[in-house]
Design a protein around this ligand. Structure first.
Ligand SMILES: CC(=O)N[C@H](C=O)[C@@H](O)[C@H](O)[C@H](O)COP(=O)(O)O
Ligand SMILES: C=C(OP(=O)(O)O)C(=O)O
Length: 344
């Protein structure tokens, strides 16, 4: 089954309580209402840790940020408002663990690694923007914690440079195809990169970090073999915040998880087989050899005497030699199935 990461990112709006409420939403049971089964929900939640001293140029930090989604007068103030401290990350980590979820952490600076003295995330994430940040990647790889890389702004050269750094320390690597356009237009998604990455990097797990609005592309990505999916999640799409409107809330998470898990259940095997589940349809609908006229006891059956009718529990056309040339044991009216026990 694909490993599905619910990306809280900055949708907590600076509040641990909101982050925990998002965790609650992620852990809601996914019932398939049609078949009454309980499906496996999301596997993990993810937070992002930044070090604002290592974040932006001084002029970017002090530039006015007057968007409706801004939480500060300057971009620096906005970023500071959205930053949870190490102990708050620990708090959300503990809460997610209590709820049975894995916890993934994007680290945006080498200094953020000091948080790992408090807890050990199940996986570390290198955001697309940091795929070329080789010192950060090296520091993350040295921890030996499994690494997920996103490729949203990079080509193969950048990806290979990053992989070379991690491979010096370990090989537990997942590569996520990603397009860093927020939200991503469908014509730019290029899901076929997933199959390309699977062919080019057979030793690594390949997944998809989705920034479209909606659930079609992550579901299709699983159909194309993505083993990890990351998708932004929110408490409420109407909330203030740059990523809220494009994230999934309760209903979207339910529909995406239901469809992904049902899709996975329907993959089956690379062969052609007749499932037991079609027995009743075969019995009712398939065709068997039947009389096409009233036939008398003792009649020797000819091809002109038969045709095909349902149900399908009699003799198939391919086996007509079992019937043709044989004598009827009893009278048989028109349009009745000729079973083997009707012939001598
Ligand atoms: C590359 C990266 O970090 N991307 C993140 C994850 O996808 C996004 O959440 C951005 O942080 C967000 O869209 C920024 O919005 P604003 O600048 O309004 O806070
Ligand atoms: C920005 C992030 O991810 P991606 O590059 O996959 O969008 C992140 O993990 O913080």
């Amino acid at each position: 089954m694909a490993y599905i990461i619910g990306e809280i990112g900055q949708n907590h709006n600076g509040s641990v309580d909101i982050a925990k409420l998002i965790v609650d939403v992620v852990t809601r049971q996914v019932d398939d209402k049609l078949f009454g089964t309980v499906l496996k929900g999301m596997d993990a939640v993810k937070l992002t840790k930044r070090d604002l001293d290592y974040e932006l140029s001084a002029s970017q930090m002090s530039r006015p940020y007057d968007s409706p989604n801004s939480f500060g007068k300057t971009y620096g103030e906005h970023r500071a408002f959205l930053e949870l401290d190490d102990h708050q990350h620990l708090d959300v980590y503990n809460y997610a663990k209590e709820k049975g979820l894995d916890f993934v952490e994007t680290l945006c600076a080498p200094s953020c690694l000091k948080m790992l003295n408090l807890f050990t995330p199940d996986k570390l994430k290198v955001a697309s923007r940091d795929l070329t940040n080789l010192p950060l990647i090296e520091a993350m790889a040295e921890t030996k914690i499994p690494i997920i890389l996103s490729t949203g702004m990079a080509g193969e050269k950048e990806l290979n440079d990053a992989l070379n750094v991690i491979e010096k320390h370990h090989n537990d690597i997942t590569i996520l195809h990603c397009v860093s356009q927020y939200p991503t237009e469908y014509k730019n998604v290029n899901l076929k990169t997933i199959t390309y990455l699977k062919r080019m990097y057979p030793n690594y797990k390949i997944g998809y970090s989705d920034h479209t609005i909606g659930i079609a592309t992550p579901i299709a990505a699983v159909a194309m073999g993505a083993e990890v999916i990351e998708k932004h999640i929110t408490l409420d799409r109407q909330m203030k915040g740059t990523d809220q409107a494009g994230s999934l809330s309760v209903d979207g998470i339910y529909r995406m998880m239901r469809d992904i898990r049902n899709l996975e259940n329907s993959f089956g095997e690379e062969l052609m087989k007749i499932e037991d589940s079609v027995d009743s349809a075969r019995h009712k609908l398939e065709r068997s050899i039947a009389s096409n006229k009233d036939l008398n006891k003792g009649a020797v059956l000819r091809e002109e005497d038969i045709h095909l009718l349902s149900p399908g529990d009699g003799v198939k056309w391919i086996d007509k030699s079992l019937i043709i040339g044989k004598k009827l044991k009893n009278d048989l009216p028109k349009d009745e199935i000729i079973y083997l026990n009707n012939i001598e």
